[in-house]
Design a protein. Structure first.
Ligand code: SAM
Length: 202
């Protein structure tokens, strides 16, 4: 790894930890994802074939960089982060394919409209679903379903299995992988959106 990259990783790690101290329930982890998790998530989302990718909860941008590294030169990435302290770092990523939006993933539909996006081929989420209120979880999952193009993939990496309970009625059963080379080890849930319109039971 180059010296510049080592410095960036160290700074990102410190900023991430400070973010966790300020808002533990929102950040939900003391360190950013490992490069193993980043790579696994990127592969499972098949972003290499996607024209449009949305990222929910990019944090300090490690996952964002991994997505960009795998994406086609003609693809676009919209990364939506709620924490104001991470926005400048995310916006410093020098890549024309990236748009950083400071906002709440619950408002995904509105955010897509704001950026004139119709749909996404892949949506990757690091937001801690188990710590969201049930109504917020429901809003995010429904918004993800609506925003995905038919055949699109939704990939969520989590400690807890609660996302599965919420997403299953819309997406059906997930394919689940576990990445142990991460602190803490995380489950990665992968869904593919089929054609039919569905709604969550109330
Ligand atoms: C576990 S961290 C993942 C960060 C990064 N993707 C990684 O893997 O290192 C979760 C991130 O989701 C963000 N987040 C939490 N709730 C959110 C929401 N409702 N909308 C957008 N971002 C959110 C947090 O601020 C935090 O940056």
């Amino acid at each position: 790894m180059q010296l510049k990259q080592v410095h960036r990783k160290r700074n990102d790690g410190l900023m991430f930890f400070q973010g966790f101290l300020r808002r533990p329930r929102q950040i939900a982890s003391v360190v950013p994802s490992s490069r193993f998790l980043e790579r696994r998530v990127t592969e499972l989302a098949t972003v290499v074939r996607a024209g449009s990718v949305v990222e929910l909860g990019p944090g300090t941008g490690g996952t964002t960089r991994a997505l960009l590294a795998a994406m086609s030169p003609h693809a676009s990435l919209l990364s939506i982060e709620i924490d104001p302290d991470f926005i400048a770092t995310l916006r410093a990523i020098d890549d024309d394919r990236l748009t950083v939006h400071h906002g709440n993933a619950e408002r995904l539909a509105e955010i897509l409209r704001h950026h004139a996006w119709d749909a996404a081929d892949a949506i990757v989420s690091g937001i801690p679903f188990s710590l969201l209120r049930p109504d917020a979880r429901r809003r995010v999952v429904e918004a993800v379903w609506s925003a995905l193009a038919p055949g699109g993939r939704f990939v969520a990496y989590q400690v807890c299995a609660r996302i599965d309970t919420f997403a299953r009625p819309l997406f059906g059963p997930a394919q689940v992988a576990v990445e142990f080379r991460n602190f803490p080890p995380l489950r990665i849930y992968v869904w593919r959106k089929d054609g039919g319109a569905r709604t969550l039971p109330s």
